[in-house]
Design a protein around this ligand. Sequence first.
Ligand code: ADP
Ligand code: MG
Length: 694
Amino acid sequence: MNQELNNLFNPKSVALIGASTKTYSIGNVIIKNLLRYNYQGEIYPINVKGEDIHGVKAYKSIFDVPGKVDLAHIVIPPPFVPQEVENCGQMGVKAIIINTAGFKEMGIEGKKLEDDFLERAKKYNIRIFGPNCQGIINSDPEYKAYCNFTFTYFKPGSISIVAQSGGVGAVIMQAFHDMGIGMRLYASNGNGSDISIPEIMRYYGNDEKTKVIVLYIESIADIKEFMETASEVAAKKPVLAISAGRTEKGAEASKSHTGGLAGGMTMELIFKKAGIISFTKLDELCYASIAFATQPIPKGKNVGMITNTGGPAIIATDELVSRGLSIPKLTENAKSILKTTMFPAASINNPLDVVATAGAAQFKSAFEVMMNEPQIDSVYLTFVTPPFVDCESVAKELAEINNKQIKPMVCNYITDKQGWIETTNILQDSGIPCYDFPETAGQALASLVKYHEITSREKGSIVSFDDVDKLTVANILRNVKSQNRENLSAKEVYEILSAYQIPVADWMIAENLEEALAAADKIGYPVVIKADSEQVIHKSDVGGVAVNLTNSEEVENAVKEMKGKIGQNDLKFFVQKFLSGGKELIIGANKEEGLGHLIMFGLGGIFVEIFKDVIFNISPITDVESYEMVENIKASKILGNYRGKPGIDKQIISVILQRISLLVTDFPEIKELDLNPVFAFENSAYVVDARIII
Ligand code: ADP
Ligand code: MG
């Protein structure tokens, strides 16, 4: 356990530097919150006048405090903060929450102050939380530490929250609270000048009473640290996160909010790679968290459905199936049992309609059967409260089943909560996740299944390919750098690809017509001629590509025409084998600061331009990940046998992706790499156009 963060989350005493008698001030609210939440430790308000706050004895300075201080809040204006940190250090305080804003986020002067207090904190081994932050909450009855200026006095539970933005944190905690769901630890660390989100995640990961971690992060300061910690923690317990800034505008907003790197799509890829369950909607995240907090993780995607009313179960079925879950048939054994226990009108199938008149006995049998069915991994329940049924008994039965935690269950609970108070209370206390809408219940269950899939997925391994010629690439790149160039020539690019054993169509460079004719003869007709000049980037846009040239006359015409259109002095002719009948693919790598490269795969042509059907992953990619990329584009069917045409060799493409990933990992100076297109055939694939920028 991280001792340092223990002072932050489990303080036995809290000092508040800047405690105030003014009702509407942070220095007042935090004292009030500590009292109201029934904080179990000592409270030491500190202000220059030494005025007591809410009846708690105050001190004029931290030096006057009679006892040891585990945690100090600082809420005074920025210029005074560094000195107070120093004072705390002298008093042996080891953790400080700086709520005050007006530091790095305000520019150079603020940054100076931030650096100043950080330096002093370091000198005394103090850990700083914030600045510009809300603080923490620990609901553990042993502590009840509400070191925070918010207003949600939640009950203990097993969900712990870490939110970069206090506003989003407040949305999440209030939502859980309104649904009657308890939480365990809460942290919103603002600027995160010292204690980082990964560190908090690790603390939650090690905290036995935290079952689920909810994360809101807009930008990651240290992506490597995040990836490592998150992967480690997510393997231990479910981490549910929301990725904000998916749209361009959203990404912009997030950048200006936190000034960090990697927003939007990149964040989603990072989550995926780390094994974090990613959401795009806060409400979905909260609903799913409730199921994680109370239910075991299913061992597969097969759902048994029990309902006492038809329609909602149909909607739920659609939701479950559209999220990749299955509703398998019941075994004969199960059916024969149900025939004896259900009412005659019941529909003995999956979904199992126990009908509205079903009472506790029918529900009991239905659940027993589902829990015993070997092919069923979880149970989805639609429960409406018919006024002609003893619903309290049903609820008690359900609670008892849930207590055994054999298989996870979720419930779409349809009732008037004011009318069925007792039934509702029984269900709520039981920990059965109850949802008003069938889709919500279905989504929550689907998230449980997703976590099972994430934790049991095969990650594969990063292949090292010892047949690559690193030295050749290093020499080429050194030469390009020495000439201060960013764009590599065709010759350089193709030599690099060949050095990494990436198959390319046969090619030669010709200085003039004669050489072009000789090259065409050597390569063998039909050939393609392309303009090769530093100034020409999109060759076909300027008439720099002539395909399917079948004889010397056509080569001659093409060369002459190209000379006429493209007057560049450095114009050369790139002669290449013409390929026909293959599928055009696109493969790319783009450098992302602090992260590595994003490897991209997609079908060429309109699939890229109109449908944007491409898939990304973060380098280095494993063999499994690269194959998944090929499989997971939307149009992947087209890559297989389709309408009588043979498919392509996906394994070859997967290997090209891995080799590209290795190339950019070995040479991180590569900023952009584009293979567009790669022609793929039944048993082979060749790059016909490539670009590298360093
Ligand atoms: P650019 O992208 O710079 O315009 P390309 O080399 O990609 O130039 O050529 C444009 C298009 O011509 C390709 O997308 C492909 O459809 C076709 N093409 C290029 N080279 C070949 C080749 N060797 N065999 C068959 N078609 C080719
Ligand atoms: Mg191209």
